[in-house]
Design a protein around this ligand. Structure first.
Ligand SMILES: C[C@H](O)[C@H](O)[C@@H](O)C(=O)CO
Ligand SMILES: [Mn+2]
Length: 414
């Protein structure tokens, strides 16, 4: 135990906060690390093309993973810099096989190497159908397409991903969240939103008709306000999926980049939690639009973490990340973003929650303001450093050295 942690422990104790309890809790919170930061959302299908669907990784920093083996090596390195045990969030376009199945023909065996690897790592996997970067998505319509043949193709894709996710969950003994994000929308103002939404609803109903054991797989649905090419209307809007998730008892995914830039996504948690059992977060950082920047230890993330802790939502929230930046080291992006999410959670766990809530309860808004400002000076960094030391993870200069060393080692990839 370091001297600075000893001092911090006493300072927090003076505020009535048990640092050991916070350290024990943070060690149990898994973050689902998204595979797509490692290769700019390219995936491993035998085709070339851009990410499509209105999402776009920009930049050409050296070191992009070009194969499942490279991606796994990068992930292993990243996990080794992040305290705690985490998960992998895998997209369906990241299959690991010599075959070239189309999206409506993927099977569990195409992902089996990922499961074997995850078992060796002792981690769980979450999964996602891939409704973008495909010729049958070129109209920016998939499950909501007016053509029944195109809808059926994507329904089959989604149906298979649920089956694959359930098998992954069963194989690893940990439920896989299968998150459905559908990019469908219109560049210019549509005249029949209702028809498009009815088609999406019917396709989702067909796609999810088969029930799977919740111990193995959970369906999640992710809304969006707009994307590149679908500026006027996204069929799967927030209201659409909020209603759908409530009616169908599904997990509701809130992506922090999928709302108006001034909306406070943290504020939504306690509201939606009254109507849905489970929430999936895509922690991201929009800059003017859904730009998916690497998350900072800033106000948005701190508020999100505080809501999760203060509203007691950690037990029913799956925390996933969703950012991708191709202008910087991709492994550093994972490490910085994931550690920031953990730092935010640790800070929230170290706040004098009861005292803050009591001030609000007695309408003492002066005390509440005073407390929220005073606690900003508490020695959070010493507790974080202790967490990393106990988990044998680097901090400060040592971390920078590790990230630089690994980036230099992968920079020659073509
Ligand atoms: C690759 C992901 O599925 C994607 O980022 C989705 O979650 C999203 O947020 C699209 O904007
Ligand atoms: Mn997302």
């Amino acid at each position: 135990m370091s001297r600075s942690y000893d001092i911090a422990k006493e300072v927090f104790a003076d505020w009535g906060v048990d640092t050991e309890a916070a350290l024990a809790r943070i060690a149990t919170i898994p973050i689902s690390v998204h595979c797509w930061q490692g290769d700019d959302v390219a995936g491993f299908e035998k085709k070339s093309g851009t990410s499509g669907g209105g999402i776009q990784a920009t930049g050409n920093h050296p070191g992009r993973a070009r194969s499942p083996d490279e991606l796994r090596a990068d992930l292993e390195f990243a996990y080794a810099q992040i305290p705690g045990k985490h998960r992998l969030n895998l997209h369906a376009c990241y299959l690991d096989t010599d075959e070239s199945p189309d999206r409506d023909a993927i099977e569990y065996r195409h992902f089996a190497p990922w499961v074997d690897w995850a078992r060796d790592q002792g981690i769980g996997i979450d999964f996602n159908p891939t409704f973008f970067a495909h010729a049958k998505a070129d109209d920016n319509l998939t499950l909501a397409h007016p053509d029944a043949g195109i809808r059926d193709f994507w329904i089959e894709h989604g149906r298979r991903t649920r089956e694959i996710a359930a098998r992954i969950g069963a194989a690893l003994g940990s439920a896989a969240v299968n998150n459905i994000w559908v990019p469908d929308g219109y560049k210019d103002i549509p005249v029949d939103r209702m028809a498009a939404r009815r088609r999406l609803e019917a396709s989702l109903d067909a796609m999810t008709a088969e029930s799977h054991d919740r111990a193995h797989m959970r369906d999640a649905v992710e809304s969006k306000l707009f994307g590149i090419g679908v500026e006027a209307c996204t069929v799967g809007s927030h209201e659409f999926y909020l209603g759908y998730a409530i009616r169908k008892d599904m997990v509701l995914c809130l992506d922090m980049g999928h709302f108006h830039p001034t909306e406070n996504v943290a504020d939504k948690l306690s509201s939606v939690a009254l109507s849905v059992d489970e929430i999936l977060l895509h922690v991201s950082r929009p800059m003017r639009w859904d730009s998916d920047h690497v998350i900072l230890l800033g106000d948005d993330i701190l508020s999100m973490a505080q809501e999760l802790v203060f509203a007691d939502l950690l037990g029913r929230t799956h925390i996933g990340l969703d950012f991708f930046d191709a202008t910087i080291s991709r492994t550093a992006a994972w490490v910085i973003g994931t550690r920031n999410m953990q730092k935010a959670l640790l800070r929230a766990l170290l706040l004098p929650q009861a005292r803050l809530k009591a001030a609000e309860e007695r309408l003492d808004h002066t005390a509440r303001l005073l407390l929220t400002e005073e606690v900003k000076d508490l020695p959070f960094a010493a507790v974080w450093a202790e967490f990393c030391a106990r988990q044998d993870r680097p901090t400060g200069q040592a971390l920078i050295g590790e990230l630089d060393r690994y980036q230099a080692a992968v920079a020659s990839r073509g």
